[in-house]
Ligand binder design. Structure first.
Ligand SMILES: Nc1ncnc2c1ncn2[C@@H]1O[C@H](COP(=O)(O)OP(=O)(O)OP(=O)(O)O)[C@@H](O)[C@H]1O
Ligand SMILES: [Mg+2]
Length: 472
């Protein structure tokens, strides 16, 4: 029978793969047009109901004026609708934040859901291969909801069964271009559900001038700059250790100086001591008067200063043992912050092997035991490779400023950070758009946050020094 068929016909109706059984395809059934039309109509009506269920405000907004018009005529409809509109506009002018919270952002989220995400959802999913075609049926991840705020759209997505977060993290480029955003960040909300964040604007585009020195002494989180959503970026220093990595010119200095600036009132009040190690002689030397005797640049002096910090720490530990597990700074036992610029000069590039080992051991001791007794380390370095900095994992909180290679991102921030959107290797090398910009990964939150440190210029440092001398 097969031989009698013309041309390629047999190939269409039987499988020709050698290792499978012969499978005959089913005959084509002609569906009457009316059935197809009924199916389309049923889908349309179900879609309308689903839409009304998910967005109940929209049918009300449309239906009420129409009903008023039908029942009482257009004049009554206009008379009743106009005050509502005027009320909304007045509310928007008088109390912008509450209007934005209750109306503005919801309207924007709806518009963006309707016009961008829902409209492009199927093509973007298909082209980026996040949708699946199985036996002629298309399976699409579900777009659950869109929330908008002043900075970004956050889209909750129900993944297809069996999909992994990595499938999405690998396609952030496709997603951001597909939906017309600059970047896309993927985070998990619950099993099978993700949130995709698409920023609409970038509050970190332009440099942030140095923040004012706080009025009151405080040892809590210090304001360093801004987070990418425009909110202030506070960095905790007490009770942790912070590692800042970034290529040359990435702006490590602005994080160090913003931290010092934020702690300055507490330093004056005697609640904080800053011990500065400046082996490169370029960064902290600028404000060395602020550190008094606790400043070292020569590697030998740095080792001595670190040993002294270890000894303070051990004495405290002996006194506090069994009494307290976290430290509240006092005048007798202030918070001791050891700031090290370019720590690799001391740990890796130091020729004197003995000195190198002494410094590495002191740093490791401080970072493993210091935080419970009020000793913290804030270290900066350019090259985050393990050979250069073998104790980088002892720093609970990490900041990656601009890095040269993509592999370095996970070295600094931990595994998977780059997949979760920490694109530190793509930060601009130009100072205006890129210096001080980076990604923070805190011990408590696995998702990296994009931030920018305020720029503390040389003039700002000079003013700080002059201020301190005056206070003395
Ligand atoms: N937060 C910032 N905002 C804007 N520009 C900045 C910022 N921080 C630094 N810059 C600019 O970038 C230049 C380099 O900054 P900085 O010296 O802090 O970099 P670095 O990472 O310490 O580099 P290096 O490793 O060479 O010491 C500065 O001279 C300044 O012009
Ligand atoms: Mg520097």
């Amino acid at each position: 029978m097969l031989k009698k068929m013309p041309g390629d016909e047999p190939h269409r109706i039987i499988s020709t793969t050698p290792d499978t059984a012969v499978v005959f395809k089913p005959a084509v059934v002609q569906t009457p047009a009316i059935i197809t039309l009924v199916i389309f109509a049923a889908r349309f009506v179900t879609g309308l109901f689903r839409f009304a269920w998910r967005h109940p405000v929209v049918p009300v907004v449309v239906a009420v004026p129409v009903m008023l018009h039908v029942l009482y005529g257009w004049r009554v409809a206009l008379l009743l609708v106009t005050p509502v509109l005027v009320g909304l506009v007045t509310w928007g002018f008088l109390d912008r934040p509450t209007f934005a919270h209750w109306v503005g952002w919801r309207l924007l989220a709806f518009a963006r859901w309707f016009w961008i995400y829902r409209r492009h959802w199927q093509p973007v999913m298909t082209v980026s291969r996040l949708a699946r075609h199985i036996r002629g049926r298309e399976y699409l991840p579900r777009l659950v909801k869109v929330i908008s705020d002043a900075w970004a759209d956050r889209i909750t997505v129900k993944m297809l069964d069996g999909q992994a977060v990595k499938d999405w993290a690998d396609r952030t480029d496709n997603l951001s271009h597909g939906f017309g955003a600059r970047t896309c960040r993927v985070s998990i909300v619950s099993s099978g559900r993700l949130v995709l964040t698409f920023p609409r604007r970038d509050p970190l585009e332009t440099p942030i001038p140095a923040l004012p020195i706080p009025d009151t002494p405080g040892v809590g989180p210090v304001e360093i700059g801004k987070q990418e959503d425009g909110t202030p970026w506070f960095l905790r220093l007490l009770g942790t250790h912070v590692l800042v990595a970034g290529a040359t010119g990435a702006g490590k200095g602005s994080i160090i100086w913003s931290a010092i600036r934020g702690l300055l009132p507490a330093v004056r009040a005697g609640l904080v001591e800053i011990w500065a190690l400046d082996p490169k002689l370029m960064e902290l030397s600028f404000g060395r008067e602020l550190f008094g005797a606790r400043y070292a640049a020569d590697p030998g002096d740095c080792a001595d200063l670190l040993d002294e910090a270890v000894s303070v720490m051990q004495k405290r530990a002996a006194r506090f043992a069994g009494l307290q597990r976290s430290h509240t700074p006092t005048l007798d036992d202030p918070f001791l912050l050891v700031v090290v610029d370019e720590v690799a000069f001391l740990t890796a590039y130091q020729h004197d092997r003995q000195l190198r080992q002494r410094i590495s051991a002191a740093l490791a001791t401080l970072t493993t035991q210091g935080r419970a007794v009020g000793v913290g380390v804030l270290a900066a370095l350019q090259d985050p490779r393990k050979e250069v900095m073998n104790i980088r994992n002892l720093f609970p909180d990490k900041i990656a400023l601009r890095l040269d290679e993509s592999e370095q991102v996970d070295m600094v921030l931990g595994d998977g950070a780059r997949d979760r959107g920490a694109l530190a290797d793509q930060i601009s090398p130009l100072p205006a758009p890129g210096a001080g910009v980076g990604y923070v990964r805190l011990e408590t939150t696995p998702d990296p946050v994009r931030v920018r440190a305020a720029y503390v210029s040389d003039a700002d440092i000079r003013a700080m020094v002059a201020d301190c001398e005056e206070a003395r």
